[in-house]
Design a protein around this ligand. Sequence first.
Ligand SMILES: N[C@@H](CCC(=O)N[C@@H](CS)C(=O)NCC(=O)O)C(=O)O
Length: 202
Amino acid sequence: MWLAFTSPFARKVRIAAHELGLAGQIELQETDPWTDPRLRAVNPLAKVPTLVLEDGEILYESSAICDSLDERAGGGRLIPRSGRERRRALRLQGLTDGAATAAGRLFAAERRAAPDPMSPRFEQAIAASLDALETEALSTEVFTIAEVGVACLLGYLDFRWPERAFLAGRPGLSDWWTAVADRPSIIETAHRLPAVTSPSSP
Ligand SMILES: N[C@@H](CCC(=O)N[C@@H](CS)C(=O)NCC(=O)O)C(=O)O
């Protein structure tokens, strides 16, 4: 799988794979999506994560990759098969993907010399998403794609803004994050910086 170790979406796939017992089957190929022409040859969007299957089939979009991993593991674990549980998991995947996108764009905006007029909107999206997640019953035992997504969002915020207390005033989310912090899927997929950082990397 093509990935950047700074990407919350690549981490999402890695956490999902760990939770399903499939991590050992995925070979990791680090890349910089902003500069590596090989990535565009397999994914027109040149984004990570991009997964190349054994037979050469290409999968991109973390949600599609996680769905295929869930299917490979028997189905219904990350993404419940039906009903309210399924709707909840997919809704929270959408929410956390959106908030992680806002966080990536905010981080990129903050590194530019000129202020980005979109930054307040990204800040609002992150804060409102955390408020919404504070009201959710997240499991510390069973990780669906909802819990995977929340872990990716919180992990990315910690990674990019270690000095900012995003969880202050959000005790439910804070307790949940503390409770899952020593889970192998969280520890073994921690973000790290590349040797050379592109000015645009999220
Ligand atoms: N919706 C995509 C988002 C993937 C994404 O935005 N990846 C970023 C890194 S976090 C990337 O590759 N950016 C390069 C670009 O946008 O050209 C997913 O869920 O996989």
